[in-house]
Design a protein around this ligand. Structure first.
Ligand code: XCC
Ligand code: SF4
Length: 649
């Protein structure tokens, strides 16, 4: 996977906008991720294979043919498994702390101190309250919000009982988690437990370690991320289909451009609202700007897209490139996937970098302390400051790629229910029927990051294309959804043209595109619930591991992706990664994750760098599940019956 020898290529992506900006950066001698990636070559083999250990100070230790154990005696299996667990812990912590931040805002609303934040989806609030045992009768939304927030807070701490949100999962899966003793009992305590287990001299059996990792990952997917999605929907509205545009071309040479980047939608939500504030628009006009454009990067982008239709400037590896357009007055960053290099790039332009999270500071970025009650006022002040910065833009250096693609997003489960069921009945029935009779072979989730180790976006786009061609319905989130959107695959008509005949027919009949953008990375919880909804609808088994479904993260890079992969596998899903976890230094750990796991959770991992082969493997898995369900056989029998009948006639 190391880059080819010779001069660095500017062809780093399938997206021409990325290549154009990388070339520009190189002519201006501004370093980007691709240059730094080159400088890192060759990357450490011990790190790549997961067999270096820095967990105590008798080390660092690394495993070689000569030194088969660390100073303490830990072998390659223990070391690789412990390293993997630390990644799961960090990923879980990140998603869940994001969830907690949202719960805090919900709590503020419940106390009447929420400022401009309000309950945008009271129905979802009440449904959630009822599900989690919070009294709703005779109480106001605000009262319910306060108590529901308290319930969610309780889900973070340790308790004797398993997390309450696990009850959203299929019954059979819950029973399996109980049997395997991997039910999380609090998000924070699950993370702490992993840190404890991986401390020098505690848990050493790689199988036992990895099962512990699954437990923590469940606290990510079914608890922290589920809460994050739920509270976002309650506060900001449950997404509905919405049109927008994507790629760097959404930035305008005439408007004040503000980028929101990171993951937590709280302040960006206020920026979205304030971006159409008449007073601010008048102020922008006064300063000679044609308006204010707020566009997103990474998952903050997905959040404001899903609910406000704000345009997306790009996915993960476009953050530096956005500033390189010279047309960005301000980039507002919060948490996760924000490169520390942004300050260096911003320094070469007039761009103001503003950091808004109390836990995240970037050297040389302006820091503000976000406050829910003052959220709207803070957003207005930020936009005003960006407008003031417009006059500092060096027009001679503005270089905005022309690429800008239409996109339709906003497919929450609620939306899918509604679209499939038509006006009167909410149901997944038409989807289940189409899967059962084989017009749709199955469902695939494609998620995760982009990575300079591969031709950026390409793996996502090719995989998605191959799957819809083979009549597999694709659900996407995160940077994967943005990659496919840039390639024009999230325009329903375009994707329909590429879909297999029977998938196309179903999508046209029920009015959904063959690739559904379900949101940000915490919204992978929506994928878990989509699987559960399909099961509840009936006819496709009793557990997630029965479903003709598969997951993929073709260009993953973050620890969050490691946690996500594990909670899908712990939920019974087959997950194909574009490149392996850092465990290949241990054959045993690799075998446990990629083979033995199937006998334990019904799910397993597989590494496959070639997107066409990945699609074939996912389809083979889907067909295996269809066979096990008997729906392939049933169909043949039905045809035979008809033939028989004809013969009889
Ligand atoms: Fe980050 Fe969520 Fe990865 Fe994109 S996909 S690079 S984690 S923004 Ni989650
Ligand atoms: Fe080395 Fe063991 Fe310490 Fe790890 S825990 S650094 S393997 S001595």
């Amino acid at each position: 996977m190391a880059p080819k020898p010779g001069p660095p290529t500017n062809e780093v992506s399938r997206d021409p906008a990325i290549n154009e900006m990388v070339a520009l950066a190189r002519t201006e001698a501004i370093a980007t991720a691709w240059d730094r990636y080159q400088n890192q070559q060759p990357q450490c083999k011990f790190g790549t294979e997961g067999i270096c250990c820095r967990l105590c100070h008798m080390g660092p230790c690394r495993i070689t043919n000569k030194a088969t154990c660390g100073v303490c005696g830990a072998d390659r299996d223990t070391i690789a498994a412990r390293n993997l667990l630390r990644e799961i812990a960090a990923g879980t912590a990140a998603h869940s702390d994001h969830g907690r931040a949202l719960v805090r805002t919900l709590k503020r609303v419940g106390e009447g101190k929420g400022g401009e934040y309000k309950i945008s989806d009271p129905r979802r609030l009440r449904e959630a309250a009822q599900f989690f045992g919070v009294t709703t009768n005779g109480r106001t939304d605000v009262q319910i919000a306060g108590e529901l927030a308290d319930y969610f807070v309780s889900q973070f701490a340790w308790s004797e009982a398993p997390n309450g949100t696990l009850r959203l999962a299929p019954q059979k899966r819950q029973a399996l988690w109980k049997k395997l003793d991997i039910e999380p009992k609090g998000v924070d305590s699950s993370v702490v437990e992993l840190l404890h287990r991986t401390h020098m001299g505690v848990d050493h059996d790689y199988r036992h370690l990895i099962m512990g990792g699954l437990k923590c990952s469940l606290a990510d997917g079914w608890v922290g991320s589920t809460i994050a999605t739920l509270v976002s929907d309650i506060l900001f509205g449950t997404p509905r289909p919405i049109k927008s545009k994507v790629n760097l071309g959404v930035l305008s040479a005439d408007t004040v451009n503000i980028i929101v980047h990171g993951h937590e939608p709280t302040l960006s939500e206020m920026l979205a609202l304030a971006s159409v504030d008449k007073e601010l628009l008048a102020y922008a006009a006064e300063k000679g700007a044609a308006g204010v454009t707020v566009a997103g990067i990474c998952c903050t982008a997905n959040e404001v897209l899903m609910r406000h239709g704000l345009p997306i400037a790009g996915n993960f590896l476009q953050q530096e490139l956005a500033i390189l357009t010279g047309a960005v007055e301000m980039m507002v960053i919060d948490v996760q996937c924000v490169m520390p290099s942004l300050a260096q790039v911003a320094k070469c332009f007039h761009t103001k970098l503003v950091s808004t999270s109390e836990i995240a500071q970037t050297f040389e970025a302006e820091q503000i302390t976000y406050d829910a009650k003052e959220g709207y006022a803070q957003a207005k002040a930020l936009i005003r400051s960006a407008i003031d910065n417009f006059e500092h833009r060096d027009r001679a250096r503005v270089h905005i790629p022309k690429e800008s693609m239409e996109i339709v997003a906003g497919f929450s489960n609620e939306t899918i229910f509604h679209m499939l069921g038509g006006r009167f009945r909410s149901t997944f029935r038409p989807l289940n029927d189409a899967i059962i009779d084989g017009r749709i072979r199955g469902v695939a989730g494609i998620v995760g990051c982009t990575n300079p180790k591969v031709l950026v976006d390409n793996q996502h786009v090719r995989l998605a294309r191959e799957l819809i061609k083979r009549n597999v319905l694709v659900l996407e989130t995160g940077c994967s959804a943005i990659a496919c959107a840039k390639a024009g695959l999230l325009v329903p008509e375009a994707a329909l043209e590429e879909a297999g005949a029977s998938l196309r027919e179903v999508c046209e009949a029920v009015g959904i595109p063959p690739i559904l953008h379900m949101g940000s990375c915490v919204d992978n919880s929506r994928l878990l619930l989509a699987a559960t909804n399909i099961l509840h609808e009936g006819g496709l088994g009793e557990d997630i591991s029965d479903l003709p479904a598969a997951g993929a993260a073709p260009e993953w890079m973050s620890e969050k992706a490691v946690a996500i992969g594990h909670y899908f596998v712990a939920s019974g899903m087959y997950v194909v990664l574009g490149h392996p976890f850092a465990v290949e230094g241990s054959e045993n750990v690799t075998k446990f994750l990629c083979e033995e796991m199937e006998g334990i959770t019904g799910g397993r991992f597989e590494w496959e760098p070639d997107p066409v082969k990945a699609a074939e493997k996912m389809l083979a898995h889907i067909e295996k599940k269809r066979d096990a369900l008997g729906i392939n056989a049933k169909r043949e029998r039905k045809l035979f019956d008809m033939k028989e009948r004809r013969e009889l006639a």
